[in-house]
Design a protein around this ligand. Structure first.
Ligand code: UT7
Length: 333
């Protein structure tokens, strides 16, 4: 396989902040309850006409800028969105036009919820590895706040909006930035997190018993149990596959779903706090965007030094999960 280089990464979050205290205006809850169970203090949400498209556009521009590639250099776009503002045209097609990426360049979305970035990276790796496309833009963008049931205090406390983007390309120095990558799914437990689209049958036929609401329905307890029982061992296996020892990897950059889930992975790897990147306190769960947001912000805040290695991991609806050991070159963000 041809080697892949991670050339640039960017992120964008909306400006509007909703704190835990703000949520007490919606239902009975408290900052203490939310923070102690999740590690979240506040999240960012889109407002007015702002959507994940705007966030994805901004993140993509930053990733392109850092990569040194121009829109005309991109020869494939893959977007990972749990619930894009429009089913079609897809986020990728919309961003192609907005960013000035030449038409005829293939553009498509994949749905792997919070694991979307790792899934997209695996697909991009296949394309680049096989020599099908050379330089791929990956965008992970979600406006979860628009599909959250704001009457459900068990789920709406968790989610926030944001976007991350990566430019990956065929490596020009023979070094592969993906040391190992694994993606997985188990549809038999898919009911743990659902978003059922509003729909109706043809008015001339019998109607379905249930009509979707388009809102997230989640069994938090089951998702929690699934995550802590599946992800830590999976991450360890992915590290073994890379040929590295866990202590040789510089950082763990996990999907930001719950601080206690992050700690379960940290404990398995026996990592000290300085190796674990967590910013869930300020952003909540931004789905597939959470890994690139944590990565770039970690660099901006001096928690991550580039010229290093990291293990990324994600999990979410589907159920899906995935992990990757990657090289973080200097200058990528
Ligand atoms: O990308 C994957 C996304 N999903 C996840 O990662 C979700 C993982 N799961 C979780 O993070 C946790 O399950 C939650 C934080 C969502 C919930 O925590 P929990 O400890 O599992 O709480 P619970 O749903 O079992 O509820 C415990 C109690 C209930 O009251 P009773 O029935 O014991 O009287 C709830 O009604 O807490 C109550 N409760 C709340 N109280 C105050 C539920 N939500 C709230 C709230 N504020 N926001």
């Amino acid at each position: 396989m041809k080697p892949l280089k991670i050339a640039g990464i960017g992120y964008c979050v909306p400006e509007t902040v909703i704190t835990n205290d703000d949520l007490t205006k919606l239902y009975e809850t408290s900052d203490e309850w939310i923070f102690s169970r999740t590690g979240i203090k506040e999240r960012r949400v889109v407002s007015g006409n702002e959507t994940a498209i705007d966030l994805g556009y901004d993140a993509a521009k930053k990733a392109l800028d850092k990569s040194g590639f121009k829109p005309e250099d991109i020869d494939c776009i893959i977007s990972a969105a749990s619930a894009p503002p429009q089913l079609y045209p897809t986020l990728s097609c919309t961003l192609q036009a907005k960013l000035g990426i030449p038409n005829q360049v293939p553009a498509f979305d994949l749905t792997a919820a919070c694991t979307g970035l790792i899934y997209a990276l695996q697909v991009a790796r296949g394309f680049i590895g096989a020599g099908i496309y050379k330089t791929i833009l990956i965008v992970a963008a979600d406006n979860n706040s628009k599909i959250t049931n704001w009457e459900d205090r068990g789920t709406s406390i968790l989610f926030g909006d944001g976007a991350g983007a990566m430019v990956v390309t065929e490596s020009d120095d023979g070094i592969d930035d993906i040391l190992s990558i694994n993606i997985s799914a188990d549809g038999s437990i898919g009911q743990m997190i659902q978003t059922n689209m509003p729909s109706q049958c043809c008015p001339l036929v019998e109607q379905a018993d249930e009509v979707g609401t388009g809102k997230i329905i989640m069994n938090g307890k089951d998702v929690y149990k699934f995550a802590v029982s599946t992800v830590p061992a999976y991450v360890e296996e992915c590290i073994q596959k890379s040929g590295m020892k866990s202590e040789e990897i510089d950082y763990l950059i996990p999907h930001q779903a719950n601080q206690r889930i992050i700690e379960s992975i940290q404990n398995r790897l026996k990592y000290t706090d300085d190796k674990v990147i967590s910013n869930i306190k300020y952003y909540g769960n931004t789905s597939a965007a959470s890994i690139p947001i944590a990565l770039v912000e970690g660099v901006e805040q001096g928690k991550i030094k580039l010229g290093s290695t990291a293990v990324l991991c994600g999990f979410g609806a589907g159920m899906t999960w995935g992990a990757a050991v990657v090289r973080l070159r200097k200058g990528i963000c």
